[in-house]
Design a protein around this ligand. Sequence first.
Ligand SMILES: [Zn+2]
Length: 179
Amino acid sequence: MIIKDLEFGEITVRKTKRSRAVRFSVSPSGSLRVSAPKLMPNFLIKQMLSAQRAQIKKHLGISKPAKIASTDIEKLRKQAKKELPPRVKALALQYGFKYDKLRFSTATTRWGSCSSKGTVSLNIAIINLPVELQNYVILHELVHTEHMNHSKAFWAKLESVCPGSMRLKKQIAKHRPTL
Ligand SMILES: [Zn+2]
């Protein structure tokens, strides 16, 4: 199996009966390799990869992202900067939200955030999500400009501007930003 990762590029996963644990190594060509026990599900391997990303880079001496990966991130960033500001503006206008600034992040743990000063941050990887989920993330953060918590009032407001928000919330929980 091959896992495509924006930072490490293509990662070859080899599952063998002999493997007792998940091991990361570097192939002669410099790409990342994973060996894993035969019955290890792929999502667990991906989870370990994101949990151990920093250590993998450190231990394997992969200090710089691969060339392809960084151009991919640049492409994403460009697209995010072009497409998202007008959309955020339009949604804020449509539903009467006021935010201060829009920032872009490359965090691997969250899709978006909103500071108490009203700065909305969006992960550039949301560009890879279906538009419905992109708008969910944007509206979620915009509602935080009024409710800085996940109270009942927050979810009620979100549902009023983004019908079906609970279904979308469950959907997005299945995705993680891959950068
Ligand atoms: Zn939130």
